[in-house]
Design a protein around this ligand. Structure first.
Ligand SMILES: [Fe+2]
Length: 203
């Protein structure tokens, strides 16, 4: 079989669809959870790459400590990504996987190729964690309200807890608290913008 023939072969499942599963969750609930999880998966894959970039490009007096810390956080993204992707498949969906999908879905992937100063690297990382945390908490609440406890538990127990801890470890290296807020991602189709502390999100 040629490569062209492989590319032309019919798909077994289109991206964006959910197939029947045996979880006693409606198609609509699973569809919404899959969309939410794929958004968070894209963010986590972008965070994975951002941490590796920081691991390679860090400089300055804290080089060695940060070089090691960033690789630790990179490894933790790998575990998180696998959990999110396999939850998508568990719900009958199709998980995002490739770089182009991440670029389309997460603005975190849109960082400069060049080398930033250490303070900028740290600010970017805590800013990106905050962006994901804002979306993740809102999406977990929606999954919980829809009865998809497993998805809500995964988002809070794995992603939110991990990112809060990583933000602490990175943020303690900052010399200023004046971290510019990152512009948020576009809302997920069919979802209201993420809310922070019960208030509508500012634009
Ligand atoms: Fe390395």
């Amino acid at each position: 079989m040629t490569l062209d023939a492989i590319y032309d072969a019919p798909l077994t499942q289109e991206f964006g669809t959910v197939k029947p599963v045996f979880l006693d969750l409606s198609t609509d609930v699973r569809q919404r959870s899959v969309t939410a999880l794929n958004r968070l998966l894209a963010h986590a894959m972008a965070m994975r790459d951002l941490y590796k970039k920081a691991h390679w490009q860090i400089s300055g007096p804290s080089f060695y400590a940060l070089h090691l810390l960033f690789d630790k956080h990179y490894q933790e993204q790998l575990a998180l990504i696998d959990q999110l992707a396999e939850r998508v498949q568990t719900l009958g969906g199709v998980a995002l996987a490739l770089a182009q999908d991440v670029v389309d879905e997460s603005r975190i992937a849109h960082a400069p190729r060049g080398r930033e100063a250490p303070e900028q690297q740290l600010q970017r990382l805590v800013g990106c964690h905050a962006l994901v945390l804002r979306e993740a908490r809102a999406l977990a609440r929606r999954a919980d309200e829809a009865g998809d406890d497993g998805t809500a538990d995964l988002i809070i127990g794995s992603l939110v807890r991990t990112y809060e801890l990583q933000s602490w470890f990175v943020g303690e290296h900052l010399t200023t608290f004046d971290v510019p807020a990152l512009q948020r991602n576009a809302p997920i189709a069919g979802e209201a913008p993420a809310r922070e502390n019960g208030q509508p999100a500012a634009h």
